[in-house]
Ligand binder design. Structure first.
Ligand SMILES: NC(=O)c1ccc[n+]([C@@H]2O[C@H](COP(=O)([O-])OP(=O)(O)OC[C@H]3O[C@@H](n4cnc5c(N)ncnc54)[C@H](O)[C@@H]3O)[C@@H](O)[C@H]2O)c1
Length: 264
């Protein structure tokens, strides 16, 4: 098993320009790792890489060929790869209405296919390093997401299945794979969900966060760093026997009355 890596020194992060991805990048860089940062937002990922002394590998994470190049570039720059953190994601409107088919396709492409591509392309390198994968799902990966999030909900459930399958398949060969299901996090994506509620109910963004987390036992959304620290734990040797786990980091929402805690 992958107990020999105390803390990975070479880490590839997808969706690294975003609210959570950048917090994950900062956390690993602060822990002394060399970070490879991938995102479709080339300018932002370049700025962050510059700040952290990492490498920027901009790419559309829904394109398997592009992801393959990112993984190969990261592995050759670092002489290997010890951890992959799949963070990329987007909420795209999707319902059963035929006019929203495009939203379904886009939801699955960004939130599920992209996670699969990064993990699959990294496997040969992780077999060599006996490394680890963390995939970011969502509360919508174990509960229903909010209205308009059909594709997102299906994709995030898919991420849980992807992590479990990888854990079973590659655990015997030394790669641990785990999954995180955060609740609301204060990021641009979280703010997007809140803006909808704020506009609908004529309240501020802060009030929208308060309203949507009123039934959550912790009574608040997460700060991105609180989820980044879970990623750091899962890929470290402190989690050497944790494989195929779905770690719920939602302030206790999932133990309340299912999805009403978040999506009322
Ligand atoms: N914010 C929340 O409340 C929340 C809750 C649960 C789960 N999540 C999950 O956390 C992860 C990070 O989200 P966030 O809140 O930081 O959102 P964010 O919008 O700040 O970041 C998402 C990042 O993914 C990138 N991305 C989108 N499409 C891409 C593509 N095709 N190729 C490459 N990169 C692409 C974006 O450019 C962005 O930098 C996502 O998987 C999201 O589903 C977020």
């Amino acid at each position: 098993m992958s107990t020999k890596i105390d803390r990975p020194q070479t880490v590839l992060i997808s969706g690294a320009a975003g609210g959570l991805g950048s917090a994950v990048a900062r956390r690993f860089a602060a822990d002394g790792a060399r970070v490879a940062l991938s995102d479709i937002n080339a300018a932002q990922v370049a700025e962050l890489a510059n700040e952290l002394g990492g490498i920027a590998l901009p790419a559309d994470g829904t394109d398997r060929g592009a992801v393959r190049e990112v993984v190969e570039d990261a592995a050759s720059a670092f002489g290997g790869l010890e951890a992959v953190i799949g963070v990329q994601g987007a909420q795209v409107k999707s319902t059963t209405n035929p006019s929203s088919n495009d939203g379904w396709d886009k939801s699955l492409a960004v939130n599920l296919n992209g996670q699969f591509y990064f993990a699959a392309e990294a496997i040969p390198h992780l077999l060599k390093s006996q490394g680890s994968i963390v995939l970011v799902s969502s509360s919508a990966g174990i509960l229903s997401g909010p209205p308009g999030a059909l594709g997102y909900t299906a994709a995030k459930h898919g991420v849980v299945g992807l992590a479990r399958w990888l854990a079973r398949e590659y655990g015997p060969r030394g790669i641990r794979t785990n999954c995180i299901t955060p609740g609301w996090i204060r990021t641009p994506l979280g703010d997007g969900g809140m803006e909808y509620i704020a506009e609908r109910d004529g309240i501020t963004l802060d009030e929208a966060y308060e309203r949507t987390t009123a039934l959550v036992p912790m009574r608040r959304a997460a700060h991105p760093g609180e989820i980044a620290s879970v990623c750091a734990f899962l890929v470290s040797s402190d989690a050497s026997m944790v494989n195929g786990h779905v770690l719920v980091a939602d302030g206790g929402a999932a133990v309340v009355d299912s999805s009403t805690a978040f999506f009322n």
